[in-house]
Every structure is written in structure tokens, then in C-alpha cells.
Design a protein around this ligand. Structure first.
Ligand SMILES: [Zn+2]
Ligand SMILES: [Zn+2]
Length: 342
């Protein structure tokens, strides 16, 4: 049997010559620096934690940063950590940490305290947004002289929605400026990659024609050339819903897909696929707002009688099988004869 060098008690396995009570007595098992500085972006309110900007909840980030800076004495096994924080002013928080530890099998509770100071700064993305930084320009134009206002708004909506969603995972993605100009719309885009993605997305969606041009704007510190890329997407005149002429036939353009278009014939209401390469052959015959409405009054689909909206006379018409008697249908005239629009 050995003795504790301080209190003289019998001890089987002394630690540095001490019994466990004397060893634990007056010892600090955890400690915190007096102050911890936490960087926060004054614009987007995100915190700089572990080398990156994160949109974390404020209190949790403050308390976590205190835990991350806590020093724990060797030989201690952490059993649990509890944190509390108290705001002293909007940029200063006092954080208390209660740590339950096991020191060589003996449970110990340790209290420590620090002050977390929030330092306002501007993150790289926000400073780029504020400085209207851009690496690529996406120009949306029409094959005609000007782009339809509805299409412009639709394109803006699609691009905004996509970038809002993607920027949650990629902080480098943003639009620094959207400019409606005569004939179309321009987007100033934060990265080359995002510009390319958006150009493809819009040209696929509308079956547009996309071209890119490079402009040397300088050199990076490592000597590599820096380019700005302009993506020019020209949208065709046709859009989904229009009645188009394709190889002398009349069709409703049902869907535009990356691989081409899905048409429905006005003659027999059968589907037809057109390859993307052949899409420029489509000519708009009537847009949706040019369709007329007619009431189906009798018959047996596909052979029915409708009220001619121009003459108010009853006329025969071939419709698709799902048309119901009494319903309103869309019609257009082709060479003076009314046709059902599927
Ligand atoms: Zn002792
Ligand atoms: Zn920011």
C-alpha cells in the first residue's frame, strides 16, 4: 500500500503521487479563452465557421463556437456538454458551458465561461453581389426583332427560381443584374459554369439556338488568361400551344423537349415527334390567343355538330374522341374551313 503525498491517505494507484481527491482538488478540467470572435456577414447574416460561410441559427452558432474553443484537460473523457448563452448587447454574448467528465473513472462537473463577440464583415459573395461582379452574360433574344413581353417575364421567372434554389448549395451562384432591353433581356451571371447551365436550360426549354463568345478580360495571378463569356440564346417564334405548319401539315405544338417537339395533328389528332434539328422548320400558323371557341351541340365524337362562332350556323366537325357534347372547344380556320384544335 502507498500513501498520498499530500494528505497521507492510503492509495492503491496514486496519480502523480496523489489520491484521487487530492488530484481533483482545485484543478480546472475545462477552460475557455476570455473572448471568442465570430465573423458574421452584415448583409446575408451568415457566419464564418470552420473555414466556410454557413447560414446557421445565431444562438446555436454562438454556443457551438464556444464549445469548439474549449480546452479540456488530458485524461478527461467528456460525458455531456450543456451550453447557455445570454445576450449582453446584439453583438456580445456571454456563454456558459457545463461539462460532465469522467476523470480516471471519477465523475466530475466543470463550469467554464466566455464572451463571444460578433464581428461584422461582408462575405465574398455579398461583396461580389454589391460590386455587380459577373463572369458571364446571358443574352436572350428572339429570332424576330423583339421578344414577346410574356416570354421575357417567363424566362426571368425560370432563371430566378433556378438560381435561388441552386444558390442554397453553391454560394458562388447569383445573378448580379437583370436588364430588360429593347428586343430581349440580359442576365449578368456570377460564374461561367452557371452561365452555361442557364443558357442550356433556356435553349432546351424554348428550343432556342445558343452561341457563345469569349472575351479576354485579363490575367489571373497565376498567369492564366481570364475570360468573360457571352451566351446568346435566340428563341424561335413558336411556343408551346401554338398551331404550327410542318411539312405542309397543321399541328398543335404540345410540348417542347430538349430532344425536339411533340406535335398533334389537326387532321387525325395523332402525335408526331419532331427532332430538334428539324424544329426550325416549324412555322407559326396561329398562336393560342388567336383561337376561337365553339360549342359542341350534338353528335357522336369524333363526328359532331358545332355552332359556327362566325356564322352561328350548325356545322359538322371532326373532333377527338374525348370531347363531350355541350362543351366548348378551340377552333381555327384553315383555308376558310373551321378545324378543331386538339
Ligand atoms: Zn490525498
Ligand atoms: Zn454575405
Amino acid at each position: 500500500m502507498r500513501f498520498c503525498v499530500r494528505c497521507g491517505a492510503d492509495v492503491e494507484n496514486p496519480i502523480d503521487g496523489l489520491c484521487i481527491e487530492c488530484y481533483l482538488d482545485g484543478r480546472e478540467f475545462t477552460s475557455l479563452p476570455e473572448y471568442i470572435d465570430l465573423e458574421a456577414c452584415a448583409v446575408c447574416k451568415e457566419f464564418y465557421v470552420g473555414g466556410k460561410w454557413v447560414p446557421d441559427e445565431k444562438r446555436r452558432t454562438i454556443e457551438d463556437s464556444a464549445v469548439d474553443n474549449m480546452y479540456i484537460l488530458e485524461d478527461c473523457r467528456v460525458l455531456s456538454i450543456a451550453t447557455r448563452s445570454k445576450m449582453q448587447d446584439p453583438k456580445t454574448y456571454k456563454v456558459n458551458i457545463t461539462t460532465d467528465l469522467s476523470v480516471r473513472g471519477t465523475p466530475v462537473t466543470s463550469e467554464s465561461e466566455t464572451v463571444v463577440r460578433i464581428k461584422n464583415t461582408v462575405c465574398k459573395r455579398c461583396s461580389r453581389v454589391q460590386g455587380s461582379y459577373y463572369e458571364s452574360i446571358l443574352q436572350i433574344r428572339s429570332e424576330e426583332r423583339t421578344l414577346d413581353g410574356d416570354v421575357v417575364n417567363d424566362v426571368i421567372k425560370k432563371i430566378t427560381r433556378y438560381v435561388d434554389f441552386q444558390s442554397k448549395n453553391n454560394r458562388q451562384y447569383f445573378i448580379s443584374k437583370t436588364e430588360k432591353i429593347h428586343g430581349g433581356v440580359d442576365f449578368y451571371i456570377s460564374s461561367l459554369a452557371l452561365g452555361k447551365i442557364l443558357a442550356k436550360m433556356i435553349s432546351d426549354k424554348y428550343c432556342g439556338d445558343s452561341k457563345e463568345s469569349f472575351k479576354l478580360v485579363g490575367r489571373k495571378p497565376d498567369g492564366q488568361n481570364m475570360y468573360r463569356v457571352t451566351y446568346l440564346v435566340r428563341l424561335p417564334r413558336f411556343k408551346e400551344g401554338d398551331v404550327v405548319i410542318f411539312k405542309n401539315g397543321y399541328y398543335r405544338l404540345k410540348r417542347i423537349l430538349p430532344a425536339g417537339g411533340r406535335l398533334v395533328s389537326l387532321k387525325d389528332f395523332r402525335d408526331k415527334h419532331v427532332q430538334r434539328a428539324d424544329m426550325p422548320l416549324l412555322k407559326v400558323y396561329r398562336t393560342e390567343d388567336e383561337f376561337m371557341e365553339a360549342t359542341v351541340i350534338s353528335g357522336n365524337p369524333p363526328e359532331v355538330q358545332v355552332l359556327n362562332p362566325l356564322t352561328y350556323e350548325t356545322m359538322d366537325m371532326k373532333v377527338s374522341k374525348d370531347v363531350e357534347i355541350g362543351s366548348q372547344i378551340k377552333v381555327i380556320d384553315i383555308d376558310g374551313i373551321l378545324h378543331y384544335v386538339p
